[in-house]
Design a protein around this ligand. Sequence first.
Ligand code: EPU
Length: 430
Amino acid sequence: MKGEFYIIGNSGEKTLSGKVVISGAKNDMVNAFAASLLMKGDLFVRNVPDVSDTEAMAALLSSLGGSVKRTATHEYKLNTGACAGSNLRGDIAKSIRASILYAGPLLARFGLVSFPFPGGCVIGKRPIDLFISGFMKMGARVSEKDGIFSIRAPRGGKIRGASIFFKRQSVTATETFMLAAVCADGTTVIKNAACEPEIAHLAEFLNSCGARIKGAGTSMIEIAGTGLLSAGKKIYDILPDRVEAGSFAILGALAARSLTIERCIPAHFEALIEALIEAGVDIKAGENTLVVRNSKRGRPFRAVDVKTHEYPGFATDLQAPMAVFLTQAEGEAIVFETIFEGRLGYVGELIRMGADILPLDQHRIQIKGGAELKGREVESPDLRAGLAYIIAAIVAKGDSVVHNAHYIDRGYERIEERLRAIGVKIERKP
Ligand code: EPU
């Protein structure tokens, strides 16, 4: 499913209505696939999003010798009993940053792993120094030749538990070392660990299979090495995508009479909800639903400053959609992207659409709200900014074309169908 999206904007009218059901989170799906390498038998995974990153994770696991069966829509059966190799296939591994998650359990299980510098969305330099130093702390030797990293466990083939302090909180590094530590000798402590819900969820699942992980979801995680685990009858149920849910909340505020967002966990994107409430958006959050409404005589939204932060702060993945929201609010706001140094690259196209945005430096922009957006032809630079462009195109006056649909397909399932169902005029063209 490639191509581009054609969107007819609604000129700022709040006409959309209905409900959207949130898909499983891409960033939890990757954990389930990586966790399969720690399982003795079958691992059943449910609520798997039908997105191209799932295909990439599945293809990589198959190329390692794993069995990947799609048992139903959104369901997979994974079995890694026949995995023998531990070289991550370069072409696939380079296309998705999360491919590096496989490195942890592969190293722990086979004593060696090799992989290319992982790819993914271009939103900054995205180095892998935390991974390299972590593997070395666990006793592994690391070498690099022609862009391929080879990591080898010490003599005896087993990595050792270690105390690993991350100089930056990293989601994927936290997950990778949690997975590696399950099959290491001894106990590992991860300090300054990331606290995202997907990390706690992965730990909870591993613990239900016999792992001994304490503290996941906080900045200090302790993992006692236990060896391979038994999933038994347990099923990895992928969490609802908090970024997708948050993006729909923004869309609802900008363009809907009433939008119900179902099967989401509002507690996982509270920072966004609070920012929208502060801006004057009418939001009602339940345990698993969120309703956004606009009354006919609603007042304009107010500008709020946004600073991205590790969880539970304002998610960097919601920064671009929030910037689109702020182009429509009254007043001036500063958006400060603190996590990635290349995540404001989408701003130029929004300015071409009529947004009043002043780039201040690599990390900060100033948005003057109340601008009328006009339909344009734009190129998505990455997944999350791609959806932000779709939201901008929906709000705009006139027609837009959003190119690079393949970025959006990495993380959003059948986005055009789901948007059409709430009244968006959108089509995909090959
Ligand atoms: N970092 C380093 N060295 C490392 C690893 C990370 O300096 O070895 C830096 C990064 O460059 C960044 C910061 O640490 O400046 C945090 O990055 P992190 O490692 O947490 O990002 P990630 O694990 O690669 C995950 C999500 C991203 C999301 C970020 C931040 C997955 C598969 N990806 O990436 O999601 O933006 O955390 O929350 O979980 C997306 O879904 O579109 C996406 C990019």
